[in-house]
Ligand binder design. Structure first.
Ligand code: HEC
Length: 223
């Protein structure tokens, strides 16, 4: 992330936006970092010892790896988004989402056996469209979020077998926060709306409200 410029150089409206963005990121991180395995029981408060690390290669260990990669992808994306909003407002940020998101996803998985991406039931970029396993998982996530679960804590994983190849698949929900509404909400600024229409004629990723499931990080690796 770039260092903050003196506040006086930033127009007040943008400043308010940045403060909101920073607050949302802080609260997202607070709920994201301690995310626990799906359906895992809460840790026994009386236990004095640190819980044993999951056995290497176990589904829990693989899920921990995936969770950590998803976390760093989220951090880098949000860092660049904030910097871009500061530098050039939503239009510049739009370019970050468009060109940098896939690059950051690649960089995050570089040197690891993981494939990392983002998907959703309603996508902006058709390249992010979910496959059958992702669709099923996103449907389950949507129900869990609708029942009141915090999106940052909703995750799921499974070992799937496709034609003899075993693959570990992991997904982590992404909620819709206030800073997302400018580009994914119900009331887009005309300039943003027209730029989006030009870049994504098949855009289905608008009309979200705060707290809705926006999509998910999706990670996989062959076993
Ligand atoms: C400045 C505009 C902008 C903002 C703000 C923004 N997005 Fe996006 N978002 C985009 C664009 C553009 C894409 C398409 C990226 C691509 O081409 O892969 C996108 C794609 C996505 C995708 C991938 C699935 C899809 O629809 O193609 C997810 C998930 C996503 N955004 C979540 C979020 C979340 C969560 C926030 C708030 C933290 C957010 N976005 C804020 C513009 C934005």
């Amino acid at each position: 992330m770039k260092t903050a410029r003196p506040a006086l150089l930033v127009p007040p409206a943008l400043l308010v936006l940045l403060v909101l963005l920073a607050a949302t990121i802080a609260s997202t991180l607070a709920t994201t970092l301690p995310a626990r395995a799906q359906e895992a029981p809460a840790p026994a408060p009386a236990s004095p010892a640190t819980p044993a690390a999951p056995e290497a290669g176990s589904p829990e260990a693989l899920a921990a790896e995936a969770r950590s990669l998803a976390g760093s992808l989220m951090l880098s994306l949000q860092g660049e988004l904030v910097a871009a909003m500061k530098e050039g407002g939503p239009t510049k940020a739009l370019d970050v989402c468009r060109t940098r998101a896939p690059e950051i996803a690649l960089a995050t998985s570089h040197g690891t056996p993981w494939k990392v991406g983002r998907t959703a039931l309603r996508v902006r970029n058709p390249k992010n469209a979910p496959d059958a396993w992702e669709t099923k998982t996103l449907e389950a996530f949507r129900k869990r979020v609708a029942k009141g679960e915090e999106p940052a804590r909703v995750e799921s994983w499974e070992v799937v077998d496709t034609g003899g190849q075993r693959t570990f698949r992991y997904m982590k929900a992404i909620g819709t926060g206030a800073p997302c509404l400018g580009c994914h909400g119900t009331d887009l600024e005309p300039a943003v709306a027209s730029k989006l229409k030009e870049l994504y004629p098949d855009d289905r990723a608008t009309g979200f409200r705060k707290g809705d499931l926006r999509g998910a990080f999706t990670l996989s690796r062959p076993l």
